[in-house]
Design a protein around this ligand. Structure first.
Ligand SMILES: Cc1ncc(COP(=O)(O)O)c(C=O)c1O
Length: 342
């Protein structure tokens, strides 16, 4: 029985074609700036998002943390929605690596709005920390895969400009956000001071993210990447996989969203599990387990070879990716109906 692994979109394995692209990569030493494939790929991504420069890094976490490092001074405050990855899942890195404090704000489905930013800005008095950066996630992770409209992003940007704040966009799943909204890469890029994008989520590369920003910020980030042990040598082998993923796996994301919607509909129809269908916007779904605990429900699915993750005592997250096929979704729906329909 095939395991249907919906724990994350990071569980995909490189395809043979991706491995071929990696094998064929011409490499050089990137610490010397001589890995031409990586140089070209960084330029390609920066151009796509309308930014001046890009820096390939091992993870989305490093990319986010580098962004905070280049945008802040110690003791600054960073505004973030309380479900944000930087607040929840980066081991307190912002305080350790940049000596800044995060101010978590409670938004809706992991999203902030301009009014919240306006009322949270501080720094007028010398006993307050100085607010310096706003972080938004597009699409959200713990928020359940929700996306911002361009209007929402633009009003956040305007608020940032009004208060002289930098805007960091954590675009670990920006590729999904673009599919769901029809937004163009440069439309998002032009609103951000720093933008973090990932290749190892739904795009299916084995490793890698990229920080995009001005040439000045990227030069600064490059020094900190080295300091933090992230200077890498023949990384063309990895950026070849990332480039392959952007070219060949990006078109598959729309299918992941359809699969997520189909599963969400089945959950909605059970009557025993509950879900807000409006919140199903990309490849991630969050649902409530009703009278059963999340662990009980996970156990039932687990016995049928279906893996998901608990996101609270009675909440489960399922994440779709291109290695989940139509037949897997049919099996998933069948199991859902037979065990959970009232
Ligand atoms: C929104 C978001 N940002 C950043 C990251 C961090 O990425 P990585 O696991 O590559 O450090 C993740 C990981 O899932 C994420 O969901």
């Amino acid at each position: 029985m095939k395991i249907i692994d919906l724990r994350s979109d990071t569980v995909t394995k490189p395809t043979q074609q991706m491995k071929n692209a990696m094998l064929e990569a011409e490499v050089g030493d990137d610490v010397f700036g001589e890995d031409e494939l990586t140089n070209k790929f960084q330029y390609k991504m920066a151009t796509l998002f309308g930014m001046e420069a890009g820096l390939y890094v091992p993870s989305g976490t490093m990319s986010n943390q580098l962004a905070l490092k280049v945008l802040t001074q110690p003791s600054n405050e960073v505004l973030i929605e309380s479900k944000g990855h930087i607040f929840q899942y980066e081991t307190g890195g912002a305080s350790f690596l940049s000596s800044v404090q995060l101010l978590p704000l409670h938004g809706k489905s992991g999203k902030l709005n301009a009014a919240q930013i306006a009322s949270a800005v501080r720094g007028t008095y010398d006993w307050e920390p100085e607010t310096k950066v706003v972080c938004v996630e597009h699409s959200t992770n713990k928020g359940g895969g929700t996306v911002y409209s361009l209007d929402e992003l633009r009003s956040i940007r305007k608020e940032c400009q009004r208060h002289k704040l930098y805007l960091h966009v954590d675009g670990a799943r920006i590729w999904n956000a673009m599919v769901a909204t029809g937004q163009k890469a440069h439309e998002i890029g032009q609103l951000a001071d720093t933008l973090s994008i990932c290749f190892s989520k739904g795009l299916g590369a084995p490793v890698g993210s990229m920080l995009l920003s001005s040439s000045k910020n990227i030069a600064k980030a490059r020094r900190f990447r080295k300091m933090w042990g992230g200077g890498m040598r023949q990384i063309g082998i990895l950026t070849a996989a990332a480039d392959y993923a952007v070219q060949h796996h990006r078109p598959k994301l729309a299918m992941d969203h359809q699969h997520a919607k189909a599963f969400a509909q089945a959950i909605y129809e059970t009557g025993s599990l509950t879900i807000d269908l409006d919140s199903v916007q990309t490849n991630i779904i969050l649902f409530d387990t009703g009278e059963r605990t999340a662990l009980e429900v996970l156990d039932i699915f687990g016995k049928k070879g279906i893996k998901m993750v608990p996101f609270g005592p009675s909440t489960i997250r399922a994440t779709f990716h291109f290695q989940i096929e139509e037949s897997d979704v049919n099996r998933l729906i069948k199991v859902t109906k037979s065990y959970f329909n009232n």
